[in-house]
Design a protein around this ligand. Structure first.
Ligand code: FES
Length: 143
């Protein structure tokens, strides 16, 4: 299978998945994110215990890229410390800005690496980064 086809399969699977699209019971923080270019909104919910994100979910409306990115992100940050989640956020945003990342950093992004091609699609950058910018704000709220 070509890498592009593999990546597009991963994106489609996440965009349709309801697994991470739900409300949390007793979230520690709920943060709203908005893509100003289309008006789509996303609400990110995190439960945090002893500095570790024990669960993460999202609700909201958006295109396939934003929904897939949110689903990938919630999978990745579950079980991570605030600091680790912040580092993943910086790595994802660097990747979407087209910066070179080393293999270990790319591996740490797990399925979200499938969105690397968005760096060459300026109109979709805000879609892919919406959940991650929302996460940045949520991490600040956890302090
Ligand atoms: Fe609204 Fe992508 S078009 S988030």
């Amino acid at each position: 299978m070509e890498i592009d086809a593999l990546y597009s399969g991963i994106i489609t699977e996440h965009s349709r998945s309801e697994r991470n699209k739900r409300h949390l019971a007793n979230p520690t923080v709920v943060r709203q994110g908005l893509n100003p270019s289309c008006g789509d909104e996303l609400s990110l919910e995190l439960r945090c215990e002893d500095g570790v994100i024990t669960d993460a979910s999202f609700v909201g409306v958006g295109c396939a890229i934003s929904q897939a990115s949110a689903s990938m992100m919630t999978d990745i940050i579950r079980g991570k410390s605030r600091e680790e989640a912040g580092a993943l956020c910086r790595a994802f945003l660097d990747m979407i800005r087209g910066r070179e990342l080393d293999d270990a950093t790319l591996d740490s992004l797990e399925d979200a690496v499938a969105l690397q091609g968005v760096s060459k699609m300026p109109a979709r950058v805000k879609c892919a980064t919406l959940p991650w910018h929302t996460l940045n704000g949520a991490i600040d709220d956890l302090t």
